[in-house]
Ligand binder design. Structure first.
Ligand SMILES: [Zn+2]
Length: 106
């Protein structure tokens, strides 16, 4: 995934519209690429800043963006653990089936 693609995905990321695969690629790039991280930061500040101007509330937006990135990272970590968990169950199921098959043949 190159910077141009990542830049196009930024609005979708901010609106939480990326699917898991897109999100993973997006995050991998964002953490590697300072340019795109900066672009994400700018777009977030503009988007949220506008909304905040209307409501008149001011927050630490940079801190909030960090939180969003951290949440996305955590979401991916949970997903990965879940995958290993499913994989483990599959392996156990196969072992069980093979054991039963062997047991029935005896
Ligand atoms: Zn980039």
């Amino acid at each position: 995934m190159d910077c141009k693609e990542v830049n196009k995905m930024i609005p979708d990321f901010l609106e939480n519209k990326l699917d898991h695969r897109e999100l993973r690629k997006f995050m991998e790039h964002i953490f590697r690429c300072e340019d795109c991280k900066e672009e994400l930061c700018i777009q977030f500040l503009v988007l949220e800043g506008m909304a905040r101007l209307e409501t008149g509330s001011t927050f630490d937006l940079q801190h909030e963006l960090d939180k969003i990135l951290e949440d996305a990272r955590r979401k991916m970590r949970i997903r990965r653990i879940f995958h290993y968990f499913i994989y483990g169950i599959e392996v156990l199921a196969i072992i069980l089936i093979v054991s039963i098959a062997v047991w029935m043949m005896m």
